[in-house]
Design a protein around this ligand. Structure first.
Ligand SMILES: Nc1ncnc2c1ncn2[C@@H]1O[C@H](COP(=O)(O)OP(=O)(O)OP(=O)(O)O)[C@@H](O)[C@H]1O
Ligand SMILES: [Mg+2]
Length: 287
């Protein structure tokens, strides 16, 4: 069965009215890959019907970011959604989504200004604003997000808690290529040589993971060594940040931290900016 494709609020309203039972939403920017499809499958387990939104949100791109060249593969995305049994595709134009420059917006607060937010000022405000609009437009019971964007996921959970948004948030694990590279729509920018260099991100996370028993400093040291080597590669990796943070706040954890943490990394290869992360559980250590 082919999904209903809604392009306008009116089309969305009539398609939404046809859906009985529970609805799960998977928000995306399109250029769908196996990571997205894994979230769509999870959504299918969580609700009677599945909606996928496809919208490249200008509000979450900085002035010098890749909004104009962001991959757009709508026909292939529709085919992929059809193959997964998606019921509804919500694909508004920018004009439909933002008939006027939005004056009232959400603020991600402090968590929106650290780590990824420090490198991309305003990014998470733009993400939360569009996600709230998508929730209000589609009115899902549950929404599914990927762990690959760990800070985004943490902020959406926080938004829903802080603002009593009546949507349940579920997460799917990061889907990777066999060699470790986290799937991302932006991977298609990479040349074969750049892709080889980009493997250092997941390799650094694995090195950190292996040092998990030795505490935060050792984890960061092990991961940093892998990044340092890749900085010498051709083409080189240009690291942005590597941090071990509390998954709920994205503040760095202290050396005595025990419990959940997430090792997060961002780097550029050529003109492509990539992010990745791995969740870690730190055992209490002897002094
Ligand atoms: N490799 C992946 N595994 C699991 N979920 C993913 C993966 N990549 C993206 N997602 C999730 O898919 C949803 C839509 O993300 P988005 O459309 O931005 O894709 P993307 O691959 O992250 O693209 P880009 O890297 O260009 O931002 C988000 O919830 C995101 O976390
Ligand atoms: Mg993304």
């Amino acid at each position: 069965m082919t999904p209903v494709i809604a392009r306008t609020r009116e089309e969305l309203a009539s398609a939404r009215a046809e859906i009985t039972g529970t609805l799960a939403l998977v928000p995306t920017m399109g250029a769908l890959h196996e990571g997205h499809l894994s979230l769509i499958r999870r959504a299918g387990e969580l609700a009677d019907a599945v909606a996928v939104s496809i919208f490249v949100n200008p509000l979450q791109f900085g002035p010098h970011e890749d909004l104009d060249r962001y991959p757009r593969t709508f026909e292939a995305d529709v085919a992929a959604c059809a193959a997964e049994g998606v019921d509804l595709i919500w694909a508004p134009t920018v004009e439909e989504m933002y008939p006027a420059q939005p004056q009232v917006r959400l603020s991600a607060g402090r968590m929106g200004t650290v780590v990824e937010g420090a490198s991309r000022p305003g990014h998470f405000d733009g993400v939360l604003t569009v996600v709230m609009k998508l929730f209000n437009q589609v009115r899902p019971d549950v929404a599914v997000f990927g762990a690959k964007d760990a800070q985004q996921l943490a902020l959406i959970r926080r938004m829903v808690a802080d603002l009593d948004v009546p949507v349940r948030i579920e997460a799917g694990p990061t889907v990777r290529e066999a060699d470790g590279l986290a799937l991302s729509s932006r991977n298609r920018y990479l040349s074969p040589e750049e892709r080889r260099t980009a493997l250092a991100l997941s390799r650094a996370l694995r090195a950190g993971e292996q040092a998990a028993g030795e505490g935060p400093a050792a984890i960061l040291h092990a991961a940093r060594a892998v990044l340092a080597e890749a900085e010498q590669a051709d083409p080189p990796l240009v690291p942005d940040y590597l941090e071990l943070v509390d998954p709920a706040t994205f503040e760095p954890v202290g050396e005595s931290h025990a419990g959940e943490a997430v090792l997060v990394v961002a780097a550029k290869v050529g003109t492509t900016r990539l992010i990745d992360n791995v969740p870690l559980t730190l055992e209490p250590r002897e002094k």
